[in-house]
Design a protein around this ligand. Structure first.
Ligand code: GTP
Ligand code: SPV
Ligand code: MN
Length: 611
């Protein structure tokens, strides 16, 4: 349904607040027209046709990747912009030392100026969506307004959206319920004057990714890239949802969710938090190398977890698609991701385009003799430059995943047995460590460290603290967030809560090679984790927690020497002593806000290392 901006009152909804918000935004941004998204197949075709016409999309070969499209971004708009991301809480203290802050009124004044006329010459899309299940007890609605057809098409893959969501909101309202929804405003920030030709990837050098936590509102400007522009994902499902979760006693986390079934048919559910580009998607879709074990996927990036009536921690994946890192994905590392994307209905951004209408990226099998790089330049395997940006992505429907667990569709979610924290560290952190208890596990999460990746702009490979892999996504004071984790442990029956582990797939040997083969072989670590939970596997107690005895980790058929395994598992007291000043400095940032039990954990660690 398309209406002239000035006729917005004919908006196809009885939700008066939504209508007035859309009118208000249209009056400010002055789009050429307004399109209320239905989510239909026809709409997808119209959108993708239009994107092909403007050159944003290239349609891929129908036989190779049905109904799929290639896009290359502006080379300056390739990743999340953490330095342009703000938590505009009313009180600066609620933003905390790890986020950027500006007073809400000040930020709104700046952004209103930017939004004034910013959609000129463009269509304004209104996208009603729900994160999580429409049948949830309290559906988590949102409405994104965007002037980007690329964002609209991508939102259709990543979130449940369209008329059926709008109708559900209206139904609930008609039934007398209060229908809350998160207004999420996005513009690429590139108005078109009369007669001005569009560019393939409109964006603006000025970027703002802004969360107003008290108002549960998102304003984004200047970028078309995933995490900056698909506002249901990081902005809502993590930054805003983490604030809701704090207020309501649940957890919104940067975690994959997987279902693991043993050869005996025993099922367990695992959630794992690794920083961006550190292995969540790969673990979520893991193809086990050990006989008889089975992994099924539930989510690859975000988990919403609530304590159930049974006292256990139940997790749902609020998303509807995968927005996965392309480079490194292949038939060996992630066969299930390959199957998912090969079904089609996908968008590939900043990879290489081959001459036969397919996509390619570093790490994929069969390099093409010639291709067009993500920068639009001719590329061959001899080229010095990469064919694909390191943060190039595929955007693909989760329903196409051949190992999607049935439980994905259950609004109650799944009861989590184990939580894994992990990062990318060349040294120090062993392959796997079990926490002694919830507080110790919270300490592990709070001190999680990882080398930075291309998923965010800025230097790559720099070790930084990334608590619970949530550093860029905690919508409030990280000290309060640690406290929230401690409280969840205190208020609930420890025996029913998940056990916490810390993993590192990225430790290196003296030659710089990975000590652990990773990917499907990580099933061996999952097996040990499950056996620990069931009281079957042995462990050695070390100053940092329990690590596997050499015999307890199943390495049958693994192409590693016992020395290599020992190196992967080693706890080097000197290396750990060297971590202490960094952890101390990290904790000091939070002042009064840091739970004292975390200082106690640090003191305990120091004492054990000195013993
Ligand atoms: P985001 O989508 O940014 O949140 O990333 P993610 O955590 O889902 O990471 P993903 O699974 O996409 O992996 C990112 C990169 O790490 C890819 O290049 C993978 O090939 C690589 N990787 C994933 N798992 C492993 C592993 O077990 N070992 C090694 N060496 N590399 C891995
Ligand atoms: C991440 O960076 O953690 C991602 C990609 O999952 S984005 O959606 O861009 O945040
Ligand atoms: Mn992520």
């Amino acid at each position: 349904m398309t209406a002239d901006a000035t006729t917005a009152p004919t908006a196809p909804t009885t939700l008066t607040e939504l209508r007035s918000w859309v009118e208000e935004v249209a009056a400010l941004a002055k789009p050429r027209d307004i399109h209320w998204c239905t989510g239909s197949d026809e709409e997808w075709s119209e959108l993708t046709d239009a994107l092909v016409a403007t050159g944003t999309f290239v349609k891929l070969d129908e036989a190779k990747k049905p109904n799929s499209f290639y896009a290359a971004s502006d080379p300056t708009d390739v990743a999340r912009v953490e330095d342009r991301t703000y938590i505009c809480s009313v009180d600066e203290k609620d933003c905390g030392p790890t986020n950027n802050w500006m007073a809400p009124a000040e930020m709104k004044a700046i952004m209103r100026k930017l939004y004034d006329g910013c959609m000129a010459g463009r269509t304004m899309y209104v996208i009603p969506f729900v994160m999580g299940h429409l049948e949830a007890e309290k559906p988590m609605f949102g409405v994104e307004i965007t002037d980007s057809a690329y964002v609209t098409a991508s939102m259709r893959v990543m979130a449940r959206m369209g008329t059926h969501v709008l109708r559900r909101m209206e139904e609930l309202k008609d039934a007398g319920e209060e229908v809350a929804w998160v207004p999420a405003l996005h513009s690429v920030g590139m108005p078109l004057v009369e007669g001005q030709a569009d560019v393939k990837w409109p964006c603006n050098d000025t970027k703002y990714i802004v969360q107003f936590p008290e108002e549960r509102m998102i304003w984004s400007y200047g970028s078309g890239y995933g995490g900056n522009a698909l506002l249901g994902k990081k902005c809502y499902a993590l930054r805003i949802a983490s604030v809701m979760a704090r207020d309501e006693g649940w957890l919104a986390e940067h975690m994959l969710i997987l279902k693991l079934t043993s050869p005996q048919g025993v099922t367990k559910y695992v959630a794992a938090a690794f920083p961006s580009a550190c292995g969540k998607t790969n673990l979520a879709m893991l193809a086990p190398t050990i006989p008889g074990w089975k992994v099924e996927s539930i989510g690859d990036d975000i988990a919403w977890m609530r304590i159930g009536e049974d006292g256990r921690l139940w997790a749902v994946n609020p998303e509807y698609g995968f927005f996965g890192v392309a480079p490194g994905t292949n038939e060996h590392t992630n066969p299930n991701a390959m199957k998912t994307i090969n079904i089609g209905n996908s968008v590939f951004t900043n990879v290489a385009l081959t001459e036969d209408g397919d996509v390619w990226w570093e790490g994929l099998e069969n390099p093409p003799a010639h291709a067009t790089s993500w920068k639009g330049e001719p590329w061959t395997p001899e080229s010095e430059e990469l064919s694909s940006h390191p943060n190039s992505r595929y955007c693909t429907p989760i329903k196409q995943c051949p190992i999607l667990a049935d439980e994905y569709d259950d609004p109650r979610g799944v009861p989590i047995d184990a939580i894994l924290f992990g990062g990318r560290r060349k040294t120090t952190i062993p392959l796997v460590t079990e926490a002694r208890d919830w507080v110790h596990g919270t300490f592990m999460g709070a001190t999680l460290s990882s080398e930075t990746t291309a998923a965010a702009t800025g230097a790559v490979g720099v070790v930084r603290r990334d608590p619970m892999a949530m550093l860029p996504f905690i919508g409030y004071n990280a000290g309060d967030y640690f406290n929230h984790w401690i409280t969840v442990g205190k208020d609930n029956d420890a025996a029913k809560l998940p056990k916490i582990f810390y993993v590192n797939w990225f430790r290196r040997d003296d030659e710089g090679g990975f000590l652990w083969p990773g990917f499907g072989e990580n099933s061996r670590v999952l097996k040990w984790v499950i056996e620990r939970i069931d009281g079957q596997a042995e462990a050695v107690e070390t100053p940092i927690g329990h690590v596997p005895t050499p015999e307890s980790l199943d390495i049958e058929g693994l192409d590693l020497t016992p020395e290599q395994v020992a190196q992967a598992l080693a706890v080097d007291v000197e290396e750990w002593k060297a971590e202490i000043p960094g952890i101390t400095e990290w904790f000091e940032k939070f002042g009064e806000q840091l739970p004292t039990v975390l200082w106690t954990e640090l003191d305990g660690l120091k004492a054990r290392l000195d013993a």
